[in-house]
Design a binder for this molecule. Structure first.
Ligand code: HEM
Length: 420
């Protein structure tokens, strides 16, 4: 689907280069002439926002690493040193910490967009699965990053989450000691988390390349879910998508800057400004907001092993979405029932997030159990059945028709253009 390379090198150097390593031609065919469906809305900018945010995290992270010390005796103070003594250290740290939150916000919007418009359906299954792998990688990276400041929440989050592995029968305990590098979360744990937290973003960058490669082979989906006709339904990526994406990216950066400059600690937890103390357990151990729905699922199940299984399953099940959703129609625009179930699902996820922030007791646990059941029922019951029984709306003949005349059913002729 990548545009045929019409790239004409201008300078003698570029002509020389193009015959040896046609990288300029690749960029030209992928990001300049690349045929983009003409009806993409702003929800299609979030992949670009994620790529941008990955860059922000890597750059700010590399500079932070120059001043950070991964040792239990120095880590907390080295972060305070960054905040107080390093030039613009406070800015770097607030960008990196709030950047993680913005990254997850963009990732969730990006995924819900994919679910609404059926972007995971044939032929984009591999693209979607690569997305699920990216989700797992960003979850792991964010978790290990949170441990590095070595505050109370860092320490106790690391203890709670690594302890989950002890639920595995027989080999659970040895696995946990192996993860810790000792008999409790300690210096070896902090060291390996630091090493992996530095490494994983580059693995993520590699998987993003595969993700975008798969996207360019299958071509972008679009709000109608109808495959574009190449001659009439697409526009070149540059300038149309580039300009449009730049606009939303600027708006997104304003929101990001608002957090960084006006409420940099709003999303964090006050206890993480207390140095880690293995002898004092905080009253409520709460993860960052972006893990809360999964945390609620974990705690909803009374049995520890089953809780861990449910937590893992709540992410892994996403990879099977292309096959669990049996409908032939991609976009929720033409699936009136699915559209309603989609919004119920969004509310359930937000509800689980809210419950994850509450203590695991009384009505909160019961509500979390109901929502957890619904979460899985959405994938295992609602989606497979909807595809079989839902009466979908007629699809438009083409994107162009839907853009110019509203949705016209397949086979019907388009109404004449409106005279102005
Ligand atoms: C590091 C995280 C990620 C990055 C940098 C990233 C990047 C991108 C980019 C640049 C695009 C094209 C623009 C767009 O459609 O928005 C895209 C498309 C897509 N991504 Fe991601 N993505 C990430 C995570 C995910 C996740 C977690 C999922 C789902 C589980 C996912 C699923 C998809 C799908 C299905 C498309 C095709 C959308 C369409 O054409 O309708 N991505 N991604």
């Amino acid at each position: 689907m990548s545009g045929h390379s019409l790239y004409q090198p201008q300078s003698p150097f570029m002509k020389w280069m193009e015959r040896r390593l046609p990288i300029a031609g690749l960029i030209h065919s992928s990001f300049v002439v690349y045929p983009t469906p003409r009806n993409l809305n702003y929800w299609w900018t979030f992949g670009g926002i994620l790529t941008f945010m990955l860059g922000v995290q890597i750059i700010t992270g590399i500079v932070l690493a120059m001043h950070y010390t991964p040792h239990v005796d120095y880590a907390f103070n080295s972060v305070e040193h960054i905040m107080r003594d390093v030039n613009y250290g406070w800015l770097l740290r607030y960008l990196h910490a709030n950047g993680a939150a913005m990254f997850f916000l963009a990732a969730y919007v990006h995924m819900f967009r994919g679910m609404y418009y059926g972007s995971y359906k044939e032929p984009r299954e591999v693209l979607w699965i690569l997305g699920v792998i990216l989700l797992l990688l960003i979850i792991a990276t964010g978790f290990m990053g949170y441990v590095l400041p070595w505050g109370q929440m860092s320490f106790w989050a690391a203890t709670v989450i690594t302890n989950l592995f002890s639920a595995i029968p027989l080999v659970g305990e040895p696995i946990v000691s192996w993860l810790w590098g000792g008999y409790a979360v300690g210096n070896p744990t902090l060291n390996r988390f630091y090493s992996l937290h530095y490494l994983l973003p580059f693995v993520i960058a590699g998987v993003v390349v595969l993700h975008i490669w798969a996207l360019h082979v299958a071509g972008q989906n679009n709000p109608t879910g109808v495959e574009p006709r190449r001659d009439t339904d697409t526009v070149p990526f540059t300038p149309y998508a580039t300009i449009k994406d730049s606009f939303l990216m600027i708006v997104f950066c304003i929101l990001f800057a608002w957090f960084v400059f006006y409420m940099p600690n709003y999303l964090g937890h006050a206890d993480n400004y207390i140095p880690a103390n293995p002898a004092v357990t905080p009253t409520h151990i709460v993860p960052e907001w972006y893990y809360l729905p999964f945390y609620a699922i974990l705690r909803a199940i009374p049995n520890k092993l089953m809780g861990v299984v449910a937590l893992g399953a709540s992410i892994v099940i996403l990879a099977f979405l292309p096959w669990l959703d049996t409908s032939k129609v991609r976009s929720a625009r033409y699936r009136p029932l699915y559209r309603q179930f989609f919004w119920v699902f969004v509310v359930v996820c937000v509800g689980l997030g809210w419950l994850g922030s509450k203590p695991a007791e009384g009505g909160y646990v019961i509500a979390a159990r109901i929502l957890t059941l619904y979460y899985f029922a959405h994938f295992l019951i609602v989606l497979p059945l909807l595809g079989l029984f839902e009466k979908t709306k007629p699809l438009p003949n083409s994107i162009t028709e839907s853009v110019l005349h509203g949705d016209v059913p397949l086979g019907a002729s388009a109404p004449p253009p409106v005279k102005t």
